[in-house]
Design a protein around this ligand. Structure first.
Ligand code: ADP
Length: 484
């Protein structure tokens, strides 16, 4: 059984039904229309594979019907049938998009042959359309992918340069263009070796051009910035090298941190070594019996050594606290802690310490002060360091005032003193580990310079801020802002 749907448009009933009978006998699905209006109505209802159009129709000639059908996007194959076939009509019809021309009279075999051919063409055309659509879709997907890759590479902070197999640049992202101080037009399809040649990047140009290892990494300095360069070969599915990608990552910050860490370790070693040296010296005086046989004459020395050991223990304790203050202990979330009880404890101790110098400690907490969101041990450390410093760096008979209030959504704690103050140029260095102001007023005061760096880390770990203002010779205010 043949398959296919056919619309026969002819004003002569005999012709229409004759065609129908022949085609239905072959198994085709056939519909009839006696004029243009009926044909369009039938086409509105459903699609046909083939339309057989009479050249002359009562309301409309076949050609203008064909025009309307094409306008409406009809995809049927069209065969013109006419008794008045001449070359002009054939040309006009073909121009309008007629696929075949069947002059009347025709035999059933002619008709069947034409229908078979048209159906075959229709199938081929549908297949071609499908392939074209698929091709267009994949081209579109490819273009989209290319745009995506491009914008992805463009938005990278690292500088990226891609070269093809010949070592010519096919892609350079904005950070790379900035580094080379060149525009995109100036780099595309230019040999990378030439672009990178000359300066500090020259070795990378050589490596990009050479059939080197798959993956090379090196560090290089450009001005005051440090970069990590990596070159990777990219390959197609068959493992064939297609080109190379150069990535430059700015590691200046990483290097700065590493250098800071080294400096910290050097200072730490010094801070640990020098009291040990002095303890050893003091003990040698005893073991050498340098002061004679009287044991009592050694007691002040032993007491000094003992004091140094105490300070060393404090230093080690602070170093441990500093290390721990980087990260909150696992499973210990900040809690809502009432400030007053912790402050009372801290202030009591500070009053004891300041009493012999006549330092007064005053607390002014706003009524209904909400609890602070911080671990209570951390709040204790923060307050004891700040209040302790405010007493330590105060003048005799000075005052320390601790205020607590809510300000701009923060719980604000101010520790103010009437002490020696801090030099303006040192305010930003207060939080550095081991920083201590070297002044005549501080020479006799003991400390290791770790307290404020610990305080800052603990406050920031709780999502808060630490600030300091000061007037040299008049006093300082340390402000802790904590989330409520
Ligand atoms: P330490 O007190 O052990 O030296 P800190 O880290 O607590 O260490 O303080 C660092 C430095 O900041 C101190 O050595 C001191 O010079 C200065 N400082 C801290 N608090 C005050 C204050 N309230 N008044 C004046 N100077 C201060």
């Amino acid at each position: 059984m043949a398959e296919g749907s056919i619309l026969v448009v002819d004003d002569e009933y005999g012709v229409r039904s004759g065609i129908r009978t022949i085609l239905e006998m072959e198994g085709y699905d056939v519909a009839e229309a006696e004029d243009g209006a009926a044909a369009l109505a039938a086409l509105d209802e459903r699609d046909f594979d083939v339309a057989l159009l009479d050249y002359r129709l009562p309301d409309n000639d076949g050609l203008s019907l064909l025009g309307t059908m094409k306008e409406r996007g009809c995809e049927a194959m069209v065969c013109m049938i006419t008794a008045y076939a001449n070359i002009d009509t054939a040309i006009a019809a073909t121009r309008q998009g007629v696929d075949f021309f069947l002059p009347k009279p025709f035999s059933p075999d002619d008709l069947e042959g034409v229908i078979e051919t048209l159906l075959r063409h229709k199938k081929a055309r549908t297949e071609a359309d499908r392939l074209r659509a698929e091709h267009e879709a994949s081209l579109l997907a490819l273009a989209e992918e290319k745009t995506q890759t491009h914008s992805l590479v463009s938005s990278l902070r690292d500088a990226v340069l891609v070269v093809n197999r010949d070592g010519d640049v096919v892609l350079a992202n904005p950070p790379m263009l900035e580094l080379l101080d060149l525009g995109e037009d100036e780099v595309l399809m230019r040999p990378a070796r030439e672009l990178l040649g000359g300066g500090a990047l020259a070795p990378l140009g050589e490596q990009l051009a050479a059939p080197a290892k798959d993956h090379t990494v090196r560090q290089l300095d450009l001005g005051d910035q440090a970069w990590m360069a990596s070159i990777v070969t990219f390959r197609d599915d068959d493992g064939e090298a297609r080109g190379r990608i150069l990535t430059l990552s700015d590691i200046s910050e990483v290097r700065r941190l590493a250098m800071e860490k080294q400096k910290f370790i050097r200072t730490m070693v010094h801070e640990l070594k020098s009291p040990l040296g002095s303890i050893k010296g003091l003990l040698e005086v005893v073991t050498d019996k340098s002061l004679g046989e009287d044991l009592d004459s050694y007691l002040p020395m032993i007491a000094r050594a003992d004091h140094r050991i105490d300070n060393l223990v404090l230093l080690i304790r602070d170093l441990l606290t500093l290390a721990r203050s980087e990260q909150a202990p696992e499973g210990e979330e900040p809690e809502l802690v009432p400030v007053a009880p912790i402050l009372d404890e801290v202030v009591e101790l500070a009053r004891e310490r300041g009493a012999h110098r006549g330092v007064t400690v005053v607390v002014e907490l706003a009524a209904g002060l909400p609890p602070a969101l911080i671990r209570s041990d951390d709040l204790q450390l923060v307050l004891s360091n700040l209040v302790g410093n405010a007493v330590k760096y105060n003048r005799d008979a000075g005052t320390v005032t601790v205020r607590g209030a809510v300000a701009d959504g923060w719980l604000r704690l101010d520790v103010a003193d009437t002490g020696i103050g801090i030099r303006e140029e040192n305010l930003s260095r207060l939080w550095d580990e081991f920083f201590r102001e070297k002044r005549a007023e501080t020479r006799e005061l003991e400390g290791n310079g770790l307290g404020l760096s610990i305080v800052k880390r603990l406050v920031e770990r709780a999502g808060g801020r630490l600030e300091a203002t000061s007037v040299e010779g008049q006093g300082s205010v340390f402000t802790v802002l904590l989330p409520e």
